[in-house]
Design a protein around this ligand. Sequence first.
Ligand SMILES: NC(=O)c1ccc[n+]([C@@H]2O[C@H](COP(=O)([O-])OP(=O)(O)OC[C@H]3O[C@@H](n4cnc5c(N)ncnc54)[C@H](OP(=O)(O)O)[C@@H]3O)[C@@H](O)[C@H]2O)c1
Length: 254
Amino acid sequence: MELGLKGKKAIITGGSRGIGLHTGMLLAQEGCCIAFCARGQPEIDAAIDKIGGQGNGTVVGFQADLEDGDATRAFVSKAIEALGGVDILVHNASGFDMSGDEAGWMRSFQVDMMAGVRVVEESLEHLKQSESASITFVGSMASKFHFGRPPSSYGAAKGAMRVYANELAQAHGKHGIRANVISPGAVWFEGGSWDQRKIENPKFYASVEKGIPLGRLGTADEIARAIAFVASPAGIWINAAHIAADGGQVASVD
Ligand SMILES: NC(=O)c1ccc[n+]([C@@H]2O[C@H](COP(=O)([O-])OP(=O)(O)OC[C@H]3O[C@@H](n4cnc5c(N)ncnc54)[C@H](OP(=O)(O)O)[C@@H]3O)[C@@H](O)[C@H]2O)c1
């Protein structure tokens, strides 16, 4: 199947490792030009090489902390200038905060939710000019399932993101803009949060692995494939949707 991604312009938040990096690599392979942000400059430089190695399109990476509203908006504006527009917006970065303290709530609100609002607001007029505009939020199954952790901001922020995505889809469908949320379950990649848990608590990691019907954690590339399809012109009829990409980890019907 042809995804129709050739020549499309994609902006990704948090593109220097994990799911964001693999999404950039896959979209570049499919012919997209990519602009992404992260905080760490050495990882940004390495990711530009990795993403750039997948295709022939423009690849740019900018340093920006998504907890900072002005820096977030400046990133999007530089990204749009570098790409000459935007067709695909992927809000992937997360505050990943499960501390439950006030600073954690603020971090999740700023990075998972408000950075999503800011990147959408900054790109909206440009998305309206695209023939195949899509906004994809990377959520989490923590927005629908209790994983036994103490209460924290992580799942709540991802839940708010789902409501916002639906509102965007309802409001901007008339402009040809779709909005969806893809929620991964547990995903392993070297240096990622589940790699850390595997090292720190191998028994717990093994129990999670055993609980997933396919007998393993997902990979960043597997999540990237779901994102690429939903964000692509081939995924045109997927709109206002929340899609689980968890290998059946959450044992529920919907
Ligand atoms: N991994 C999983 O098992 C899993 C499961 C469910 C959902 N998810 C969701 O999937 C998404 C990606 O997860 P991941 O595991 O690939 O994440 P990750 O390994 O933590 O990578 C996140 C990316 O975002 C950047 N980033 C983080 N905070 C940032 C900030 N404040 N400003 C700018 N950039 C920032 C990171 O670079 P810097 O650190 O250099 O800034 C990195 O490029 C997240 O939304 C997460 O909630 C992941």
